[in-house]
Write a protein that binds this ligand. Sequence first.
Ligand code: GLP
Length: 247
Amino acid sequence: MINLSVHPDYATLCRELAAQIAQLVRQKPTAVIGFATGSSPLGIYQELIRLHREEGLSFAEVCAFNLDEYYPIRAEDPQSYAGFMERQLFNHIDIKLENCFIPSGDSRSIQEIQEDCVAYEAKISECGGIDFQILGIGRTGHIGFNEPGSEIDSRTRLVHLDSITRNDAANDFGGFENVPERAITMGIGTILEAKQIALVASGEAKAAIVASAINGVVTSKIPATYLRAHPNVTYWLDEAATSCLQA
Ligand code: GLP
């Protein structure tokens, strides 16, 4: 079932979603949070940083798992999601970096990648599973880097990126041809095991894909439609992102 949480603007959405995460962390200091990259969660991270600085919200015992990483990429490359998370959140709160997990983008053999993907899933289970997963949505309807064609029971794995996704990342990489063709992502099955999911979308550019994800046929062509199989998903939207939803 899909719940909608619609807000007049992105700033309000971020404040309210961050407040919900803060409440979870206060109730359960050892909460396991699934973080996302992209522009959609940035305002939430800003607000979590403010809550840490001004209201003493502590992440000292929180465990973090990120959805995905480009492949191949070095953690120190400016476009890596590892660097993104440190710059946008982890370096500004008291989370312990040893409790922050992101699939490695290091170049290695396919067999090593597969072993690491299995280990990533095992680590999530060892930490007790993800309590709260934040998601964005790509223009292809991807969640994490689960592009069209991803199956509902897919697990953490190496994937090929859709050319629409590579186009959207072209500016970050200084051109389409510099965007990695592959990535490592948690699977849809992995994401659906999170106890609670918040998908964040703002702006008119996301309105069409949001409407398809919520109202369209459930299909691997739009991986976000699989979220309807989850009992506790909320779409956090600003008004512009709702403009294609039927009244
Ligand atoms: C990337 C990330 C996704 C994210 C998507 C949308 O592809 N891997 O996790 O949801 O971008 O990004 P944005 O929020 O910038 O629109």
